[in-house]
Ligand binder design. Structure first.
Ligand code: PHE
Ligand code: NA
Length: 455
């Protein structure tokens, strides 16, 4: 408990749930989940994704939160602390290093996409979606992709917003954002769900999401499903570990993780049930449209629904807030490390990291236009590559290392102590899954995915 004195602990029990939900719920749920589902065969992909969440995501999340709470520091130093206490090699701090790298790369491209949502807030507020059909929505989106200065402006604005919160301390800003705005996002999603059911082709959308066709199963889909399970739960890169380090001892880790996991999945599935009925009812919009899917289908909704200007503005604003609470959790571990290890002031650490992420983010911006046809590796643009190296490589490997460490190497006494609020039966089941099932599955899916990509 030495470090507990230097490292703040969140007072209220609910704060961890709020912060972790803020981290988990973001563009991954509303933007990414629908579009990769659309590209990978609908129901078959959803099923693989749900399996990955249950068998791998949730058990690893429990492990990651536990490691953070035990270590009570930024991911790198927390791993060092836990390894020291259990008498393991310092080499395990490598987990922390990978995680800081992954967080930084994700931050660089995530802020570009979040910039798109900011642009759409202003378009919605001007009433710019009125009467939109598939073609109008598509051309508006392509125009934005080609406008480098606009993209950079919004990327910069969004990164500044993130740095601002990190500079002034996570707790207060985040609490308001998540306590008030997140529930509002849920409410609005359900309003849109109602509208999609009424105006869209609900049965086609629903069928696409939940009808399982064996022929749609693919290796690429499975590997994307695994990567996305980590991405959507903010796992394998220290965000959840960093938040776990602020978690008070009197909370049950398993119950908390279950709550966050369910909320995250609920938002993703609801977003899918909003977007696909619209897609199937709009000529010229395809489920496999890719990253543009949300930015094409939602404007069509807002362009036709009553009070669409108000709903559209508020909804894109709420997505921005959700993305914001996610990038805050991406930046926090890096800044916490720089300030706890090298005594950086939080302000200078935030500015430094954000500037570097901005520079790297420019490669994502150019991948949307000038470098569209660039082949960095296996046909990937720099943006594709950033997404690939994080979601398909760093996150799975980070999660694998955490599962193996906690399952096989960590001393059982401190481990059990952190999990004392969870029943012995569930503790045993969790540990068994974490030892055998999760690592084996991660390894197999990871290797097959890499093979599939490069052959
Ligand atoms: N979970 C966030 C989302 O779904 C993204 C994220 C990944 C945030 C990793 C933090 C860490 O949008
Ligand atoms: Na998510």
């Amino acid at each position: 408990m030495r470090r507990a004195q230097q490292h703040a602990i969140w007072g209220r029990r609910g704060t961890f749930i709020l912060a972790a939900t803020g981290s988990a719920v973001g563009l991954g749920n509303i933007w990414k989940f629908p579009y990769i589902t659309g590209e990978n065969g609908g129901g078959a992909f959803v099923l693989m994704y749900l399996l990955c969440i249950c068998l791998i995501g949730l058990p690893v999340m429990v492990a990651e939160v536990m490691l953070g709470r035990r270590g009570r520091a930024n991911p790198i130093m927390a791993m060092g602390e836990v390894a020291r206490e259990s008498g393991n090699s310092r080499g395990w701090t490598l987990i922390g290093w990978c995680s800081v790298a992954a967080g930084f790369i994700i931050l660089s491209y995530y802020s570009v996409i979040a910039g798109w949502t900011l642009e759409y807030v202003t378009t919605a507020a001007r009433g710019g979606f009125a009467g939109f059909d598939g073609d109008a929505a598509t051309s508006t989106f392509s125009a934005l992709q080609g406008d480098v200065s606009k993209l950079v402006r919004w990327q910069t604005a969004f990164l500044c917003m993130t740095a601002l919160i990190i500079m002034f301390g996570v707790t207060r800003g985040l609490e308001t954002a998540v306590r008030i705005l997140m529930p509002l996002l849920f409410v609005l999603l359900f309003v849109l769900l109602g509208y999609a059911a009424y105006a869209g082709d609900f049965s086609a959308g629903f069928g696409f999401l939940f009808n399982f066709r064996f022929s749609d199963l693919s290796m690429e889909g499975l590997s994307l499903a695994l990567g996305h399970a980590f991405f959507t739960l903010s796992l394998g890169m220290g965000a959840i570990m960093a938040y776990g380090s602020y978690m008070p001892h009197k909370t049950s880790i398993m119950k908390t993780v279950l709550t966050v996991g369910c909320l995250d999945t609920l938002v993703a599935l609801t977003a899918g049930m909003v977007i696909f009925p619209i897609v199937f009812a709009s000529p010229g919009v395809e489920p496999g449209a890719g990253p543009s899917l949300m930015f094409i289908s939602l404007p069509i909704v807002f362009g036709s629904m009553p009070l669409g200007t108000v709903f559209g503005t508020v909804f894109f604003l709420l997505i921005t807030v959700a993305a914001w609470s996610s990038t805050i959790s991406l930046l926090e571990p890096v800044v916490a490390y720089l300030s706890e290890r090298f005594r950086f002031h939080r302000v200078s650490a935030s500015l430094l990291v954000v500037s570097c992420a901005w520079l790297l983010g420019l490669t994502t911006v150019f991948s949307l236009n000038r470098w569209q046809d660039m082949d960095l590796l296996a046909g990937m643009t720099p943006f594709d590559f950033s997404a690939f190296i994080t979601e398909q490589v760093l996150l799975p490997l980070g999660a694998l290392a955490m599962a193996v460490y906690v399952g096989w190497f960590m001393n059982k006494r401190p481990l059990r102590r952190e999990m004392k609020l969870d029943s012995g039966v569930w503790f045993g089941r969790w540990l068994r899954v974490l030892r055998y099932v999760s690592p084996a599955l991660i390894l197999v899916v990871f290797l097959l995915g890499i093979l599939d990509k490069f052959t």
